[in-house]
Write a protein that binds this ligand. Sequence first.
Ligand SMILES: Nc1ncnc2c1ncn2[C@@H]1O[C@H](COP(=O)(O)OP(=O)(O)O)[C@@H](O)[C@H]1O
Ligand SMILES: [Mg+2]
Length: 234
Amino acid sequence: MERVSTGIKELDRMIGGYPRNRTMLLTGTTGSGKTILGLHFINQGCLDGKKCAIIATEETPEDIIAQGESLGMPLSKYDKKGILGIERVYDERAEYIKDVLEFDVTDIDELQSNIIGLLERIPKGTEIVLMDNIGVFTLNMSPNEFRAQFDALVHGLAKKNITAMLILDSASDERMGGIAAYSVYGVLKTSVKDNPYTGSRERILEILKIRNTKIPIDPARFDVTSSGIALLTK
Ligand SMILES: Nc1ncnc2c1ncn2[C@@H]1O[C@H](COP(=O)(O)OP(=O)(O)O)[C@@H](O)[C@H]1O
Ligand SMILES: [Mg+2]
């Protein structure tokens, strides 16, 4: 199976990259490093000359670009070159909600629950996609409805020959009963934990599954530095 670089050398060495034309799920708590892990994947795709897209449901494109730049990723350059597209789903959600609240409150659920609609936001010819964060669409969803839409999304991505990373925050993932993990090819999880022996906080990356791939059973510690995620391998 062909692989696509994760954008992090040590992680490529550990898992051989993400499986091409498949979807990875990334879960984790707030501030645990999900967006940064996703940005490494996008930055590498752009560097390799692949057409990339970020579907940004939680942040403005400006904030995402600024975050990337602060980690040494020239996202603004890629954006200007047209190799990176950042979809303004966050702004649109906010504006639409404002309109709906002024006119008709009952429409809110519909906009807030349209996961499949994200497929249409991917520019033609895109090879690499990061969706950050799908959890915002699940607030009013039953696990059943979520599973149906999430499956359709993963299926649609595969049909478009896209290598994708879907971010789903831990709270939403748990609310949906953890079912997102079943539909995807691989699952990663970031977290921040107290180390009882040292008394300090540690960032952790766990590789929960990748089909067809030998993966390390032990979680890996990492730091976030001025050049992004640095895995602390033994
Ligand atoms: N330029 C940077 N240098 C060092 N640490 C950073 C930098 N940018 C972000 N971080 C750290 O990374 C953490 C957030 O990672 P992020 O990927 O945004 O988390 P998540 O998407 O899981 O909420 C922040 O809490 C911050 O501590
Ligand atoms: Mg984030």
